[in-house]
Design a binder for this molecule. Structure first.
Ligand code: F0G
Length: 449
C-alpha cells in the first residue's frame, strides 16, 4: 500500500507540557525582552522554532547511553566509542571532541598565525565568520548565483560558485588561504544543500592549489539525504555511503553535534593534518579539556556517538525533510513568500516580500519575528540586517527541532503565519536601541516605530 501521509517514525515516551499564553501577555513579554525574541523566557514560548541546535529529543537508546557513559578523566571508553563512530563516518585521522561547533571553529582559526589570512566558503555561519574575524582573518562568502533569488526552485542552492573560488584564489594567492570551507547544508542561505558534484569540483580546485578543504558538517546527513533525493545517479546509494564520500573529498571538518549529532550539546574538530591536530589539542587542553573529553562528559560522548549512527537512518530523514517541506507547501499555497525550495532544517520566510512596506534599515525580519510571537507564541529567528552587515536577503527562520513537534504543531504554525500575513499592513518597522560590538543579534534591543 502506498500511503500519502509520512508519519513521525517514533512513538512518544515522555512529554513536556507547553504553556498557553494570551496575546496581551505575549505583548508584555516581548516588550520586556526589548523586542528581541532571543531575550524571551522560553517558558513563555508555545512553539519554539528559534533554532534546531541542541533542541532535539534524544532516543531511548541515547538515554540508555547516558547511563553507560564513563566519566574517566583520560582514556574513557565513551571517547573511543565516539572516536570510532566519527572515524567510520568521516575517515579523518584526528578526532578532537569539543563542547560545541564554535569551540572547534575557535581552535581551528587560532592556529594560522598572526598574518591576515583569507577563508572563503559557500556561506559562513555567523559564529564561523565571527571566529575568523576574531582571529584577525577575513571571511568571504562565494555562494552560487541561484542562492540570491529566494523564489527560484533550484535543487542545490547551497553550492559554491566555483569560478568565483578560482578567481578568489588567484586574487588573494594560495599561500594566503589556509583552507576553503563548505557549509553543508548552507544555513544562512536557507538550509539549502550542496551537491556532490559541487563538493567534488571544490575539492578538485583545492587539491590543484594545494589548499585543504574543510566541511562545516553540522547538517551533513540532511545534505546527504538531499543528494540521494535530487542528484542524478545517487538514488540507489545509502545516506551513510553518500556521507562517507562527502567526507572523503575533504581534509577536515568542524561539527556542531547539536544538529545532526542528535544531542543537546557536543561538537568536534576532525582533521588529517597531524601538525595542525597537535596545535589544536594544545589549545583544546587550555580551554576545553583533556583530548579524550574536550568539554564533554563521558555520557555526552556516548549519546553523541549513538546519535551519529541514528541520524543516517533514512526513515528518520524522510520524515525530517518532509516535515519542513509540508510546512513550506502549506504556506506557499496561501501565498506566503518563503525561500524556495524548502531546505533541510527550517522554513525561511522572505521578510522583504512579506512586508514590502518596511525598509531594510527598519528591520523587516525583526518586525516579522516579533509579530508571529505576538500572534501565536511562535518564536523564529531573524537572519537579515540584524544578524549580518549587508545580507543578501531579509529572512525569518523557522527552524524545526529534531523529533520534537508533530504535524499538528506545524499545522498550528501555518495557521498563525497565514493570519499574520492577512494583517501584514498593520505591522511597523523597528529601531535598534542597543547593540553589542560582535554577534549583536543575540542581545540587541529594539523599539517599534
Ligand atoms: N556552523 C553552522 C552551519 C551552524 O548552523 C552553527 C550553529 C554552527 C556552525 C555553530 O555551532 O552552535 O554548536 O557552536 N547554528 C545554530 C543555529 C546556533 O541556530 O543555526 P554551535
Amino acid at each position: 500500500m502506498n500511503t500519502k501521509t509520512i508519519i513521525e517514525p517514533f512513538r512518544i515516551k515522555m512529554t513536556e507540557p507547553i504553556k498557553m499564553t494570551t496575546r496581551k501577555e505575549r505583548e508584555a513579554f516581548l516588550s520586556e525582552a526589548g523586542y528581541n525574541p532571543f531575550l524571551l523566557k522560553s517558558e513563555n514560548v508555545l512553539i519554539d522554532l528559534l533554532t534546531d541546535s541542541g533542541t532535539g529529543a534524544m532516543s531511548a537508546a541515547q538515554w540508555a547511553g547516558i547511563m553507560l557513559g564513563d566519566e574517566s578523566y583520560a582514556g574513557s571508553p565513551s571517547f573511543y566509542h565516539f572516536k570510532e563512530t566519527v572515524q567510520d563516518l568521516t575517515g579523518f585521522k584526528n578526532i578532537i571532541p569539543t563542547h560545541q561547533g564554535r569551540a572547534a571553529e575557535k581552535i581551528l582559526f587560532s592556529i594560522f598565525g598572526e598574518k591576515k589570512k583569507f577563508i572563503p566558503s559557500n556561506a559562513h555561519f555567523d559564529t564561523t565568520r565571527a571566529n575568523i574575524e576574531f582571529a584577525k582573518h577575513e571571511a568571504t562568502d562565494l555562494p552560487c548565483k541561484e542562492a540570491k533569488d529566494t523564489s527560484l526552485e533550484a535543487p542545490f542552492k547551497g553550492n559554491m560558485d566555483v569560478s568565483a573560488l578560482e578567481n578568489f584564489i588567484k586574487e588573494k594567492g594560495r599561500e594566503n588561504i589556509p583552507l576553503v570551507m563548505l557549509t553543508i547544508t548552507n544555513n544562512t542561505g536557507g538550509g539549502q544543500p550542496v551537491s556532490l558534484e559541487n563538493i567534488k569540483q571544490v575539492s578538485a580546485i583545492c587539491k590543484k592549489n594545494n589548499i585543504p578543504l574543510f566541511l562545516d558538517a553540522c547538517r551533513f546527513a540532511e545534505n546527504a539525504y538531499f543528494i540521494k533525493l535530487k542528484e542524478k545517479g545517487q538514488q540507489e546509494r545509502s545516506v551513510k555511503e553518500i556521507s562517507q564520500e562527502i567526507f572523503s573529498l575533504a581534509d577536515g571538518a568542524t561539527m556542531s553535534g547539536k544538529k545532526d549529532g542528535l544531542v543537546n550539546m557536543g561538537g568536534f574538530l576532525a582533521l588529517n593534518n597531524d601538525s595542525w591536530a597537535e596545535q589544536a589539542r594544545n589549545l583544546l587542553i587550555l580551554t576545553e579539556g583533556f583530548p579524550t573529553y574536550g568539554g564533554l562528559s563521558g555520557r555526552d560522548l556516548e549519546a553523541y556517538a549513538i546519535g551519529l549512527k541514528e541520524v543516517v537512518n533514512e526513515d528518520y530523514l524522510k520524515y525530517r525533510i518532509r516535515s519542513v517541506q509540508y510546512t513550506g507547501e502549506k504556506l506557499t499555497a496561501a501565498g506566503v513568500p518563503i525561500m524556495l525550495p524548502t531546505g533541510g532544517h527550517a522554513v525561511y520566510l522572505d521578510a522583504l516580500k512579506f512586508l514590502p512596506h518596511i525598509k531594510r534599515h527598519e528591520f523587516p525580519g525583526q518586525a516579522l519575528s516579533c509579530q508571529i510571537y505576538i500572534q501565536g507564541g511562535i518564536r523564529g529567528c531573524e537572519i537579515g540586517s540584524v544578524m549580518f552587515n549587508n545580507p543578501i536577503n531579509e529572512l525569518v527562520r523557522l527552524a524545526l527541532p529534531r523529533r520534537v513537534y508533530t504535524q499538528s504543531h506545524m499545522d498550528y504554525v501555518v495557521e498563525v503565519i497565514i493570519e499574520v500575513f492577512k494583517n501584514k499592513n498593520k505591522i511597523s518597522g523597528y529601531k535598534m536601541t542597543y547593540q553589542a560590538p560582535t554577534l549583536r543579534h543575540f542581545t540587541a534591543q529594539f523599539k517599534p516605530l
